[in-house]
Write a protein that binds this ligand. Structure first.
Ligand SMILES: [Zn+2]
Length: 448
């Protein structure tokens, strides 16, 4: 080949040079990026969103999550309720007549939401999605609520409570945060036991595994489209591969009482986790993982780091289990992105879309779009902050941030001649909607 090119020599180079320039990337923009931005933003606004991760619900609904806020929580600047963007959100969604959230003003917003709650029915949250051009939203909740339309909102249930069947006194006492989290996991496990008519813990490990597998299958029958782990809040995301006998012995020892040593509890959890991963593959039920920094003074960045999952994600035994790295690993978003090279691994950009301003999030997206654009999904992590500032404003903030950051990232890539305008629109569709549609398929009304 090299010799042939040399033989053809100069003539070939001259003929090709005009085409080459059009397809040659440049470190500087060669066209007007701001104009490209406006053009692409118009196209992006017209693409409906598939939200891979949110906690929709009213502020007093305890089921919006399986855990609650820790006693000490430092809120980042953008998510404090004096962020003026929330005023813009409330104006845009509800015609909010004030310019701040002074208590007497915020009451206007809270009254509106309380009225919607009182009125009942599922039209209210459907309208919020419609206003933001969101077609489908995965609702990561303890249980679903009757006021969420099952055609638009699909349940992502929680798997962490299966880690805590024994006496949890030592775990609960380990940090003030765990003092809040673990009793809620016990409550969740009790609800699952009731759901499956399991009065006491099964006799042996086999029985417990059956209970776990059956609960997963039952939740899927009840509309569950994925199972989520918030494990990063409670323990390391590194899961070892203990032999079954070891886990069976620990189960037998603590089934009817006694506080397991930290190491014993960890070994049992690592084993039961793998049983869940295996069952998820059989059920074709994607697994979601919280992979980002978390709230609270005791969240361990090191233990929660996404790279801890690598041994599981790359384990050939689990090639038929779909893994979704929720929040895209931030602040280790590059590690998360590189892990999506694995065929069955995906990520979403929820939470980043609320935490980061568009100019910052643009950089993340630009990187992701040029790695594995067929593995990245939109997400909001919308959550009701308080009675006035609800999941509604949070949905707005994520959608706004994502659309503007994406338009800018793509405009720069087109401007640098890395990709064409047509390719940019195709990538936007994949990220905002089509990758998720394809992943969840008919379980969310999309095409498989
Ligand atoms: Zn979340």
């Amino acid at each position: 080949m090299k010799r042939l090119v040399q033989a053809l020599g100069v003539t070939l180079l001259v003929v090709a040079s005009a085409d080459l320039a059009a397809a040659q990337s440049s470190p500087y923009p060669v066209t007007d990026v701001e104009k490209l931005y406006q053009d692409l933003l118009g196209k992006i606004n017209a693409i409906s969103l598939f939200d891979n991760h949110a906690h929709p619900g009213f502020a007093d609904d305890a089921d919006v999550d399986a855990m609650a806020a820790p006693p000490e929580e430092s809120s980042v600047l953008r998510l404090r309720d004096d962020n003026p963007e929330f005023v813009t959100a409330a104006k845009s969604l509800f015609g909010y007549p004030y310019d701040d959230f002074q208590p007497e003003h915020a009451k206007w917003l809270a009254d509106r939401k309380n009225a919607a709650k009182k009125a009942g029915g599922s039209a209210y949250f459907d309208q919020i999605l419609d206003k933001l051009n969101v077609e489908t939203c995965l609702a990561n909740r303890a249980f679903m609520a009757p006021y969420l339309d099952p055609k638009r909102f699909h349940w992502v249930f929680f798997g962490d409570s299966f880690f805590y069947p024994f006496d949890n006194r030592a775990e609960t006492a380990s940090t003030p945060d765990m003092g809040v989290y673990i009793p809620l996991q016990e409550k969740m496990l009790a609800r699952y036991k009731k759901q499956l008519n399991v009065a006491a813990l099964p006799e042996d490990l086999s029985g417990y595994e059956d209970f776990v597998r059956n609960t997963m299958a039952d939740n899927q029958r009840r509309g569950g489209v994925a199972m989520k782990f918030e494990a990063a809040y409670f323990r390391s995301l590194y899961f070892s591969d203990p032999p079954r006998e070891k886990a069976a012995a620990i189960y037998a020892k603590y089934r009817s009482g006694g506080v397991p040593a930290t190491e014993e509890y960890r070994t049992f959890q690592d084993y039961i986790f793998r049983a869940m991963v295996d069952q998820a593959g059989k059920l074709k039920l994607p697994l979601h993982f919280h992979t980002a920094v978390g709230i609270g003074d005791y969240f361990s960045l090191k233990q929660g780091r996404v790279l801890n999952l690598e041994n599981v994600l790359r384990d050939p035994r689990y090639h038929s289990t779909i893994f979704v790295l929720v929040h895209g690993g931030w602040p280790y978003e590059k590690e998360a992105a590189l892990l999506t090279a694995v065929k069955n691994v995906y990520l979403d950009t929820s939470f980043q879309s609320e935490l980061l301003y568009p100019s910052q999030f643009k950089e993340v997206l630009k990187q992701l779009l040029t790695l594995f654009p067929d593995k990245m999904m939109y997400g909001s992590d919308a959550f009701p902050f308080n009675e006035a500032l609800g999941a509604e404003e949070s949905f707005w903030l994520a959608a706004h941030t994502t659309r503007t950051a994406l338009a800018r990232a793509l405009a720069e890539l087109v401007g640098e001649r890395a990709i064409t305008r047509d390719k940019a629109i195709e990538l936007a569709q994949l990220y905002l909607r089509d990758n998720a549609r394809k992943l969840y398929g008919s379980s969310t009304g999309g095409a498989k």
